[in-house]
Design a protein around this ligand. Structure first.
Ligand SMILES: Cc1ncc(COP(=O)(O)O)c(C=O)c1O
Length: 424
């Protein structure tokens, strides 16, 4: 096994310099309003809530030549293998309480909400997905006793589809891309079908705005741990980008602090819709097919709602090929983190951007800098994982060389549970 302690030992020369790096020409300072954070309390009150871990990975820092690498590991949220339930749960809750005419600041717990929904039934939640968002919407429908129809594009693997079906949802496989699935889902909206989309379109903004607000929980948890740990706020934050909803939340949470931080967005090279749009100065489509193994990021059109903040708040974009994602998976495995293709994108992006001359000239010496990587998903396909990494997720966990931030280092131990899309 190549050790992370050997500088650059794990990086293959073939993948070097492969990423396409752009400095965002639209970046500007605006009045960054505090993001809505009511979702944080909502999540804390949900059964099974636990903050995800923030990990310190010194082996990664050594290899990347930076002071510190922190990993926010969204590999298990409410027993699901990604962060998406944070947005879906809050958006579903808000849509249903709005239909019931329940207003005000006080939160209704899920059992009470379920009981109050009876007069609205039959009611179905509808979503388009390339996996995680649909799984999360299906989980909410299951918890609330509602029907659920999930539209998936070509290329979504059997394990992801199985996870959605395991929640009792109907899965409709459509011919076309994720963006085609979004268009078809939008047409199903009526009095008995609530479309819960993480991307917006004209006249459909309230639910995608709540999805974005739901992701604040991730950033609030990071802040809370860092405040108590003596580690300062990160200098660079790297996050993966699909339609841009997660990144919109990252931008508004970080920028509204007024903190000086460099934000980097990572996309697959065939689905780099935010990178292409910022370079064009307006929203553009990147037509499919979008075949990347970073399935959660295979989106050809930015969310117009997310675009407003992402276009102004992200500093750099980098688009990477699947070879980089696989290399990042192996790198994360070497510090004991079993992370799938999409989840590894932030590390892949940082590896790619740090090879780029314009980035290096602009950023200078990073040997004292703290980098925060948002790892947004665990392992969703254990067979594919083993063929890429050469070990099973369980074998990888057994070799963990990370510590949970805020812990006594003497207590370091493997902290990630094996995550698959198996029925929890
Ligand atoms: C695991 C994972 N990471 C990142 C993203 C990107 O999020 P967004 O589409 O909000 O940009 C997704 C989207 O589905 C995802 O599933």
């Amino acid at each position: 096994m190549v050790s992370w302690a050997e500088p650059n030992g794990w990086r293959s020369d073939e993948a070097r310099g492969r990423g396409q790096v752009t400095r965002n020409p639209l970046r500007c300072e605006i009045e960054w309003n505090q993001p809505a954070r009511a979702s944080v309390e909502f999540h804390r009150r949900l059964p099974g809530y636990e903050p995800t871990v923030l990990l310190d990975a010194p082996g990664l820092a050594r290899v990347l030549g930076v002071g510190k690498v922190l990993v926010k590991a969204e590999t298990s949220r409410f027993g699901m293998p990604s962060f998406k339930i944070l947005g879906a749960s809050w958006a579903v809750y808000r849509a249903l309480t709005a239909r019931l005419g329940i207003g005000g600041d006080s939160l209704v717990d899920l059992d009470d909400l379920r009981a109050q929904l009876a007069p609205l039934k039959p009611l179905t939640l509808v979503a388009a997905t390339d996996g995680n968002h649909g799984h999360a919407v299906a989980r909410m429908a299951n918890l609330l006793g509602l029907g659920c129809r999930i539209l998936v594009p070509n290329g979504v693997g059997a394990s992801r589809i199985g996870a959605i079906r395991s929640e009792g949802a109907e899965v409709v496989e459509i011919r076309g891309t994720y963006d085609d699935a979004v268009r078809q889902a939008a047409q199903l909206a009526d009095a008995r079908n609530i479309v819960v989309s993480d991307t917006s379109w004209q006249g459909y903004e309230a639910i995608p705005a709540d999805v974005i607000d739901g992701y604040s929980t991730i950033l609030v948890e990071v802040d809370e741990v860092l405040e108590g740990s003596g580690i300062g706020r990160p200098d660079i934050v790297v996050a993966p980008v699909g339609v841009g909803a997660l990144m919109s939340s990252v931008v508004s949470n970080l920028r509204s602090h007024g903190q000086s931080v460099t934000i980097v967005g990572v996309e697959p090279e065939e689905a780099n819709c935010l990178q292409a749009s910022t370079c064009a100065g307006r929203i553009v489509d990147v037509p499919g097919p979008h075949p990347s193994i970073m399935v959660g990021l295979n989106c050809g059109t930015p969310s117009p709602l997310a675009w407003e903040r992402v276009a102004k708040g992200v500093d750099w974009f980098v688009s990477v090929g699947d070879d980089m994602a696989m290399e990042a998976m192996r790198g994360l495995a070497d510090v004991g983190l079993a992370v799938g293709e999409t989840g590894a994108a932030a590390l892949a992006g940082f590896m790619a951007i740090s090879d780029d001359e314009s980035w290096r000239d602009a950023m200078g010496d990073l040997s004292d800098s703290t980098i925060l990587l948002l790892v947004t998903e665990g392992v969703t396909d254990p067979d594919a994982y083993r063929s890429i990494v050469g070990r099973s997720p369980a074998e990888v966990h057994a070799s963990a060389a990370v510590s949970k931030v805020g812990w006594d280092p003497g207590m370091s131990r493997p902290v990630l549970e094996e995550q698959t899309n198996k029925e929890p």
